[in-house]
Write a protein that binds this ligand. Sequence first.
Ligand code: SF4
Ligand code: SF4
Length: 278
Amino acid sequence: MIISVASGKGGTGKTTIATSLALCWKEGLFLDCDVEEPNAHIFLKPHIHERISVGIPVPEVDESKCSFCGKCAEVCEFNAIVVIKKKVLFFPELCHGCGGCSYICPEKAIKEVEREIGVVERGRSGKIDFIHGILNVGEPMAPPLIRQVKRHINSGTNAIIDASPGTSCPVVEAVKRSDFCLLVTEPTPFGLNDLKLAVEMLRKLTIPCGVVINCADIGDEKVQKYCKDEDIPILMTIPWDRRIAEAYSKGIILIDALPEFKNRFSQLYGKIERLYKR
Ligand code: SF4
Ligand code: SF4
């Protein structure tokens, strides 16, 4: 089963939930797909044994062969290549590496070269195989790196995917094809607003979901009401507890800091499994 852990908004405790859930497994795969700001390694402390550079193919124009016909610029949906008189300008940060320009070029003046966008690191944390992606600073192309992280999922393997917060392209890339998505939220107007957006996204992707409400004793009851109205199961509530915040600040996994939560996370996993098999 592949479980993604997401949240419409940042700072809800998504990684706290994902890492504690992973520790309930005898073995499995943990994928940190929050490639712009991966932090699960701080808690799981994996021993990294492999580092793989990830790039996308980008065009390199040989102007000695170029007729400056402009066809490459016409085909580029992202305005990453522009032809001005006798010059071809290329903007690497806009290029999605689709290969359209080199395919269309009538003079075969474009060859593809690799541009590094980040790295994938693989390691082991106890009985968990750990993989995360680290996007280069300032690099906007997160989805290709997320795809490379997810390439390591084998059929039949239990995997937890820690997605980035929000509902943008990197989140869609991280959660798509998961069997179940756990949405972590908090009972505040911002939490509710972003939860609604995340639920809409998952419905479009036809991924079943459930909710964990963190800091459940602050805020109001509107998240509960929304979940009831929309028939979304609330699978766990966690009260505000200073000890949880302290454990997080020290890079300690919640169920290691507060072992009384271990049973609750095992039950959470059981609930997800039952919903998935239903
Ligand atoms: S399509 Fe090829 S020949 Fe035409 S402008 Fe682009 S690089 Fe030059
Ligand atoms: S590879 Fe695709 S995105 Fe990049 S410049 Fe060529 S057409 Fe544009």
